[in-house]
Design a protein around this ligand. Structure first.
Ligand code: HEC
Ligand code: HEC
Ligand code: HEC
Length: 408
């Protein structure tokens, strides 16, 4: 609570420096857009995964309603179809550019930085124009926005002006970087999940790509601190980002939405991203050895986990990669070397399902089939087998917590 009060004082002081933002005039004009501009806008929307946050499960594309869990509460993606009442139909190009760069909606309200405008602020004019053309040519859907569920003081929007004063300008860049960096740091906002955030939800610049989180999943480091047992190369990154990589497997959880977006964009955009991330992940003197597998000791130490694994998981994970979309050994997945067990728990409880309209890894969900204790045993066995004996603490409590969160 003391922190909350401090927050109100600090952000409130910041907010005072701002005059209330003006409302932008309603734009009811008929716009005509060149087909090429609309097409590129569609590719850019995929590169920025706009649909993933702005589409509810089984909902109309871009019509909003998707809940986004944050440490401050739940924020809902809004309706960004051109419906004049409930969507962004009244946005002029200038109002849209202001929303994308400054996080202010048409009527002048500050927007929460879950909407990654601290990255979108780097977009060039021509890309913002293309996104506008794309969105304004989508089907208008009448769907009222859902009210955010945020605790005090995070529910006070004007405080966001103070947040921006502290954090937003730092992210503006003036030089034109190469394509990979432009996409990674801007539109594709990889750091929004892969960089840790401070207590006010801002990415910590000095820990760029040190690993962060998204919707209670761990997002691994994308720099030399990566604990991946198999080194990442530009080629394996390209494969992973596009669909699936034979050495590292495929993306699950929030990362699967990213890959679904990147699967359809021009190859050169994804190659540029892979080249840039390949350079941030590069390590000195790394060798491509086989992953360490202490199967015998692990079976002795965790017989129950070993037995459950052999009975349930081995049919897919012990075939040397012969089951489609599995890698030769589970030990190749970075999740086993994470600082916490969240990704392992998510994957066992929820399974893996390729995002709608894509093909990819399928793993059944075991939430109903296995108890918390059984899942914890399997995880202990796999950690002992592949992570040199290191164990996570309170795994059962974490399983119970994640169960409560995902099935209310
Ligand atoms: C990580 C999730 C996320 C992604 C990705 C995302 N948005 Fe959003 N966006 C949001 C949320 C949440 C809001 C509402 C924030 C609020 O309520 O303050 C929002 C608000 C907006 C607004 C303001 C509209 C309004 O209703 O007030 C626009 C315009 C917008 N987004 C466009 C885009 C575009 C274009 C993209 C892709 C390039 C995109 N967004 C990607 C989460 C996201
Ligand atoms: C919405 C949050 C989010 C965004 C945005 C995001 N990632 Fe991820 N990423 C994750 C999560 C969560 C994982 C862990 C997935 C898993 O365990 O399968 C992950 C995993 C990865 C991995 C695998 C790392 C490893 O060692 O296993 C790579 C590589 C990666 N992301 C690259 C990127 C790049 C490049 C971008 C930007 C183009 C990006 N991510 C954007 C959340 C995100
Ligand atoms: C029907 C086949 C199947 C079964 C059974 C199965 N899995 Fe999987 N599992 C998969 C596939 C496919 C993937 C995606 C792998 C990839 O991308 O390489 C996967 C991925 C994983 C991952 C990696 C998650 C990540 O972060 O990327 C883990 C860990 C995992 N499974 C554990 C288990 C455990 C534990 C069991 C038993 C309780 C199990 N699996 C049962 C098919 C299966």
């Amino acid at each position: 609570m003391a922190f909350s009060l401090l927050l109100v004082v600090v952000l409130g002081a910041g907010a005072l420096f701002f005059v209330a933002h003006v409302a932008m005039p309603e734009d009811r004009g008929q716009h005509v857009f060149a087909p090429d501009l609309v097409r590129r806008g569609g590719e850019l929307a995929a590169l920025g995964y706009c649909a993933s946050c702005h589409t509810a499960e089984k909902g109309q594309p871009f019509a909003g309603g998707r809940p986004l869990a944050t440490p401050f509460g739940t924020i809902f993606g809004t309706n960004i179809t051109p419906d004049p009442e409930s969507g962004i139909g009244l946005y002029s190009p200038a109002a849209f550019a202001r929303a994308m760069r400054e996080g202010i909606d048409r009527v002048g309200r500050d927007l929460y930085p879950v909407f990654p405008y601290n990255h979108f602020t780097r977009l060039e004019d021509k890309d913002i124009d293309a996104l506008y053309a794309f969105l304004m040519t989508r089907a208008a859907v009448a769907a009222q926005n859902r009210a955010n569920q945020l605790a005090f003081p995070y529910n006070i929007r004007p405080l966001l002006a103070g947040w921006k004063l502290l954090y937003l300008d730092k992210f503006r860049v003036t030089e034109r970087p190469d394509l990979g960096r432009y996409l990674v740091e801007g539109l594709s906002h990889c750091g929004a999940c892969h960089t840790p955030r401070d207590r006010l939800g801002a990415e910590i610049a000095s820990q760029h790509f040190d690993g962060g989180e998204a919707e209670d999943w761990w997002a691994p480091p994308l720099n030399a601190n990566s604990p991946s047992p198999v080194p990442w190369t530009e080629e394996s990154l390209f494969n992973y980002l596009r669909s699936w990589d034979a050495e590292h497997g495929g993306a699950i959880g929030p990362m699967a939405q990213v890959v679904a977006g990147l699967a359809s964009v021009p190859e050169q955009d994804v190659r540029a991203i892979a080249a840039y991330i390949g350079s941030t992940m590069a390590k000195q003197g790394e060798s491509d050895g086989p992953v360490e597998d202490n199967q015998t000791q692990a079976m002795q130490a965790h017989p129950q986990g070993a037995e459950l694994y052999a009975g349930i998981c081995a049919t897919c994970h012990e075939t040397g990669g012969h089951v489609p979309f599995t890698v030769a050994s589970l030990g190749q997945h970075t999740s086993l070397y994470a600082p916490d067990p969240r990704n392992m728990i998510h994957v066992v409880l929820e399974g893996a399902h390729p995002p709608e309209g894509t093909v990819g890894a399928v793993m059944p969900a075991f939430a109903d089939a296995l108890s918390d204790e059984q899942i914890a045993e399997i995880i202990a066995y796999l950690r002992a087998r592949f992570s040199g004996g290191a164990q996570w603490e309170n795994v059962e409590d974490e399983i119970a917590r994640i169960r409560r969160r995902t099935s209310p």
